[in-house]
Design a binder for this molecule. Structure first.
Ligand code: AMP
Ligand code: GLY
Length: 422
């Protein structure tokens, strides 16, 4: 089989390394891929957002199955175009990807179908939003409606910050058209859990739970990033919580999308907060999380491509999806300064094998791997316990070096503490 994976980050590298294990696969292409992915797939330099050109390339190159990993091409309808050309895909159609593409859509969906989430109001004009804030209690959460590279959420501690956030989105258009409409919602508290799931619209199978570390600095300080590290499973996600989420959130979401005529097929990501009033949805994503994928897939026992093909054929119910009874930890090595400005172009040296190393921001030049992004790579270790997984991941991280490298030293510590409290 000839497989095409669309995307160019650490998540895609993890997907490719898993797909490579399938015996029926003889060639994997990646659009656009990166310098690290180039060691595991043939990379093709194209813009992932040019979904028309990507689908034409896939047709010309007789691709048998395509995995569309990032939100942008999914929301732009890459799967629709590929399927029109007869290429089966893993990933939702455009009309289902809206669950991530529009926060107003997803909030209204949850309200309509009674799925627990933060109380909210939506606004398409600046003045009514500002008036609303005058009466609201702080802190409060302001979200741009559309995609904003994971940066479209602002938690405002006071009225002035809240007004500035709304004005920057709606008037100054810091997120472009994505911020022309906003959601203003209640500030929730509690541990966060990421649950990725496979679904074909008939069956929904949650993957092993995980915990992201979104802030740039140790002890959850500093700016929000795409994610500085992950662990799986997430200790807060007990069997009891999992049962409640399945009944009140996961299956109702799948059913709601079916009722709306927007059947979701692919990976549906639930960003949850375990509040004192029970689990609530913070966000939906229409794709695998990054860097959640880098801890979830290494724990998957069942063949990934078999699952993906079953999802595409609406036969997920025929497959038994199993995870190892182990723990994983992924440490992200970034360029110092990320998520603000940083230098790049430094050579990466490995004094270790590359098992569990997922490259996100690096290019190959004259046979050398050079840093090219904020998040450079993720280092994942799988062990019997979380404690050992953390230790192994850091040991390996220390054997990889490049100038200006930065990584958090406390990935997994919050989870370890939670195990201690249980
Ligand atoms: P998102 O980009 O939607 O994942 O949001 C980024 C982060 O903002 C989340 O991981 C949460 O930590 C936080 N957040 C989002 N919505 C809320 C909320 N309603 N209450 C508290 N924190 C939130
Ligand atoms: N790690 C969060 C996300 O992928 O959205």
């Amino acid at each position: 089989m000839k497989i095409l994976v669309i995307g160019n980050g650490g998540r895609e590298h993890a997907i490719i390394k898993s797909i490579k294990k399938n015996k029926n696969v003889n060639k994997i292409y990646a659009i656009a891929g990166n310098g690290g992915i180039a060691e595991d797939a043939v990379t093709v330099n194209m813009d992932v957002k040019d979904v028309k050109a990507v689908s034409e390339w896939a047709k010309e190159n007789a691709i048998d199955f395509c995995v569309v990993a990032p939100d942008d091409p999914l929301v732009l309808g890459a799967v629709d175009l590929l399927e029109e050309k007869g290429i089966p895909c893993f990933g939702p159609n455009k009309n289902a990807a809206i669950i991530e593409g529009s926060k107003i859509f997803s909030k209204n969906l949850m309200k309509k179908y009674g799925i627990p989430t933060a109380e909210y109001e939506t606004f398409s004009e600046l003045q009514p939003a500002l008036d609303y804030l005058e009466k609201a209690s702080m802190p409060i959460v302001i979200k741009a409606d559309g995609l904003a590279l994971g940066k479209g959420v602002i938690i405002a501690e006071n009225l002035q910050d809240a007004k500035e956030a709304v004005t920057s989105m709606m008037q100054d258009k810091v997120f472009g058209a994505s911020g022309s409409r906003v959601v203003i919602e209640e500030f929730l508290t509690g541990p966060e859990v990421s649950v990725l799931s496979f679904t074909d619209g008939k069956t929904l199978v949650p993957m092993i739970s995980s915990m992201d570390h979104k802030r740039a600095l140790d002890n959850d300080k500093g700016l929000n990033t795409g994610g500085m590290g992950t662990v799986a499973p997430n200790p807060y996600y007990t069997e009891e919580v999992a049962k409640e989420c399945m009944e009140k959130i996961f299956l109702p979401t799948m059913d709601a999308m079916n009722k709306e005529g927007r059947t979701f097929k692919g990976c549906l990501y639930f960003g949850l907060m375990l509040t004192p009033k029970g689990p609530k949805v913070i966000e939906y994503n229409c794709r695998f999380g990054d860097p959640e994928t880098q801890v979830v897939l290494p724990l998957l026992k069942t063949d990934l491509l078999d699952i993906m093909i079953a999802v595409a054929n609406e036969k997920l119910g025929d497959i038994k999806v199993e995870f190892m009874n182990k723990s994983a930890c992924c440490v992200i090595m970034a360029s110092d300064g990320y998520p603000s400005s940083y230098k790049k172009g430094y050579e990466i040296t490995f004094n270790t094998d590359k098992d569990g190393v997922f490259v996100a921001g690096a290019v190959l030049k004259d046979g050398k791997l050079l840093t090219s992004g904020g998040r450079v790579l993720g280092v994942t270790a799988v062990e019997d316990t979380l404690e050992k997984a953390i230790e192994s991941a850091y040991k390996k991280t220390e054997k990889i070096s490049f100038e200006n490298a930065y990584y958090r030293k406390d990935i997994g510590q919050r989870a370890l503490k939670a195990y201690g409290e249980r």
